[in-house]
Design a protein around this ligand. Structure first.
Ligand code: DGI
Ligand code: FE
Ligand code: FE
Ligand code: FE
Length: 188
């Protein structure tokens, strides 16, 4: 496997500076949350660094992977927002050599969440949302909830994201709805 420094060099090549800096902040936030919630720090680092590896790839790359790996055809109805995690994890595996399936699942789920998420996947989902470069209404609440209870943070983000998608008439990926049903009623 690549060392952290080697991974960072690969990410620097793959991403624009703003996205690269986001990835470094997500890594540090994920490590901080991992310490608090007793998650493997090395896994949190790799997941944080690699989660947006594929974000700047052209649509054709994702479509090629969906076909080559026979991933669900319903994926073709979506776009980069969904593909860069779900399909991007395959590129992280094949191009960066990350083999740990728990890390790959955390990357797959980092945008949509999932009904069942490991503590690592929850840490990545929240680190991406609350990293220090973010700025949106509700961010301070999201940070406080995440400090209080990781699941409460997951529920808060999921409710906010679904509300945003619905208010703006955006397509909702079925897994995003499953995440909502699994997490939001439980924490209200
Ligand atoms: O890649 P990042 O910008 O760091 O963050 P992300 O991967 O969490 O992406 C967040 C975006 O993804 C946000 O604008 C909402 C969007 N998103 C999340 N769930 C869905 C979705 N977009 C669509 N169309 N459908 C979803 O279910
Ligand atoms: Fe992302
Ligand atoms: Fe996110
Ligand atoms: Fe991100």
């Amino acid at each position: 496997p690549l060392t952290r420094i080697e991974l960072i060099n690969r990410l620097k090549e793959a991403l624009k500076p703003a996205r690269f800096n986001h990835v470094l902040r997500v890594e540090q936030t994920a490590i901080k949350l991992a310490k608090k919630y007793d998650v493997d720090l090395e896994a949190a680092s790799v997941a944080g660094l690699c989660h947006d590896y594929a974000k700047q790839r052209p649509d054709e790359d994702f479509i090629a992977v969906i076909k080559a790996k026979k991933l669900s055809k319903e994926l073709l109805d979506y776009g980069n927002a969904i593909w860069h995690g779900v399909v991007g994890a395959e590129l992280v595996k094949d191009e960066l050599g990350v083999q740990n399936e728990e890390i790959l699942d955390a990357i797959r789920e980092h945008t949509t969440g999932a009904a069942y998420m490991t503590p690592l996947a929850q840490v990545l989902y929240m680190a991406d949302y609350i990293e220090p470069g973010r700025d949106f209404p509700g961010l301070e609440k999201a940070r406080q909830f995440t400090e209080t209870n990781l699941g409460l943070g997951v529920a808060f983000q999921t409710q906010a994201t679904l509300t945003y998608l619905a208010e703006n008439g955006k397509p909702i990926y079925p897994k995003t709805l499953e995440t909502y049903n699994a997490w939001v009623p439980k924490y209200r």
